[in-house]
Ligand binder design. Structure first.
Ligand SMILES: [Zn+2]
Length: 206
């Protein structure tokens, strides 16, 4: 099955993708990660991508599209994450014959509660949430005793902005697939377990 997953920051998209990969073997294709890897290579194309990203500009459509297509060539089971970003990109991958598009729908308040409560260890990758996954001692990492910090973009004003940008960018893509009748909108406001269960139900896999 060829899938796309759409969802704002804090929608639990990462968890759903990971679990679909673990349980069903979907190849997880993150456009952002692929671009970063590509940019790290020592080719002419890589240099172009690197310069574009560093200049804060969007990498041209054909480069991203070619990269994705090359990556999923001859693959039957994958999940595209962070792509397509526009209607134009969606049209450009028409030949991939995407079967279903998962659209994780979650309200702004829920996203704010999830993201604004996040804390990360200042030393490593250990993550916490003041309500859902609190450390044993407030403000201190359980694993290594380092102070916990809040990421700069995890504050409500910036979360609201990211949420708004996400929706204006993604709405045309969602609409494109809605018209094709392959958009599956899933309530993303429950626990990770509930959201994942709803995803599986929508995909009719178990
Ligand atoms: Zn830590």
């Amino acid at each position: 099955m060829k899938l796309i997953i759409l969802g704002p920051p804090g929608s639990g998209k990462g968890t759903v993708s990971e679990r679909l990969e673990q349980e069903f073997g979907f190849l997880n294709v993150s456009a952002g990660e692929l671009l970063r890897k590509e940019a790290a290579k020592k080719t002419v194309n890589a240099l172009k991508i690197k310069r574009t990203i560093e200049a804060g500009k969007l990498v041209p459509n054909h480069i991203v599209v070619d990269m994705i297509k090359k990556h999923v060539k001859n693959k039957r089971k994958y999940l595209l994450d962070g792509f397509p970003r526009s209607r134009e990109q969606a049209e450009a991958i028409e030949d991939l014959k995407i079967e279903k598009v998962l659209n994780l729908d979650v309200k702004e308040e829920v996203v704010i509660e999830r993201l604004a409560g996040r804390r990360v260890c200042s030393q490593g990758h250990h993550g916490y949430h003041i309500k859902y996954l609190p450390p044993k001692k407030a403000g201190i990492c359980d694993v290594d005793g380092s102070p916990l910090i809040q990421r700069k973009d995890d504050v409500p004003s910036i979360i609201k902005e990211r949420f708004k940008i996400y929706h204006s960018e993604t709405e045309p893509v969602a609409e494109y697939y809605r018209k094709k009748k392959i958009l599956l909108t899933i309530d993303g406001s429950g626990s990770p377990e509930e959201v994942y269960r709803n995803v599986k139900k929508a995909l009719q896999i178990s």
